[in-house]
Design a protein around this ligand. Structure first.
Ligand SMILES: [Ca+2]
Ligand SMILES: [Ca+2]
Ligand SMILES: [Ca+2]
Length: 261
């Protein structure tokens, strides 16, 4: 009788320990810097239903689960019926448009001439080199037999849908040494061939938008009370107008050199 009791006790104990044997649940973030999973790797009792949640780090988004868990629900539950290996997959968030470089941005040719396609390259922080995905429009509109300014538009879209565009202008001119827009810059050097009459232009034939630069020998002067004050020497120059030093006007508060201040 005592033997049977002991056997029963041992069997019960054995059954209990087998049913509740802990299982290893391994969780992994892919990539590691993409985010975290809770709860972390650990032992869980067999038969438990466990809920895992993935939290993306800044700059990443949670994509889906792989391994012994699938789908993209977050959190997601798994029945611990064996050792489990669960991976949370994260992807880089992409809110930046690719960089699209079209070089040069313009060219000028004579009527009847041929134009050269610019160098075009595109790269994206997430998708990498996208140069082969660049689309072009307007190229077939360029008529090298007719004077005019033609714009070719390049465009590229990254996997996240961010779009970048850039243009290349083909100026078709009659006479390279003429000055069609009468701004003083010969056609061949004129990147803005349709400048409005009366506009001040720079060497490239485009509106001069840069203000002159003023340089002062000293920006601050300290003199003793009673001493006389000499204004600092100021020079000024402009990309288009050249030396403008004689045009510098002095403005400022009136002051009394006999009073400390
Ligand atoms: Ca991007
Ligand atoms: Ca011109
Ligand atoms: Ca011009």
């Amino acid at each position: 009788m005592r033997k049977i009791s002991l056997l029963l006790l041992a069997l019960t104990f054995f059954n209990c320990t087998e049913k509740e044997a802990p299982k290893n649940v391994t969780v992994t973030s892919n990539p590691i810097e993409g985010g975290t999973v809770a709860p972390p790797t650990g032992e869980h009792l067999e038969g438990e239903i466990f809920s895992f949640s993935a939290t993306a780090n800044s700059g990443y988004e949670f994509l889906n689960w792989s391994g012994d868990l699938s789908g993209s629900d977050n959190p997601a539950s798994v029945l611990v019926d064996a050792d489990k290996s669960i991976t949370a997959n994260f992807g880089l968030l992409d809110s930046e448009a690719p960089s699209l470089v079209v070089s040069p941005s313009a060219q000028t040719i004579e009527v009847g001439g041929t134009f050269t396609l610019p160098q075009v390259s595109a790269s994206d922080g997430v998708d990498g080199d996208l140069s082969s995905s660049v689309t072009v429009s307007g190229e077939d509109q360029v008529d090298t037999d007719v004077e005019g300014s033609y714009e070719i538009t390049y465009s590229v879209t990254d996997a996240a849908g961010n779009i970048a565009t850039a243009t290349h202008t083909v100026n078709v001119i009659a006479d390279p040494n003429g000055d069609d827009d009468l701004d003083g810059v010969v056609n061949i050097n004129d990147n803005c061939p349709n400048t409005e009459s009366g506009t001040v232009v720079d060497d490239s034939g485009c509106a001069d938008l840069a203000p002159p630069v003023i340089t002062l020998e000293q920006t601050e002067l300290t003199i003793e009370a009673g001493d006389s004050f000499t204004a600092p020497i100021a020079t000024a120059s402009d990309l288009v107008d050249g030396d403008l030093s004689n045009n510098v006007a002095i403005r400022g508060a009136t002051f009394d050199t006999s009073v400390v201040g």
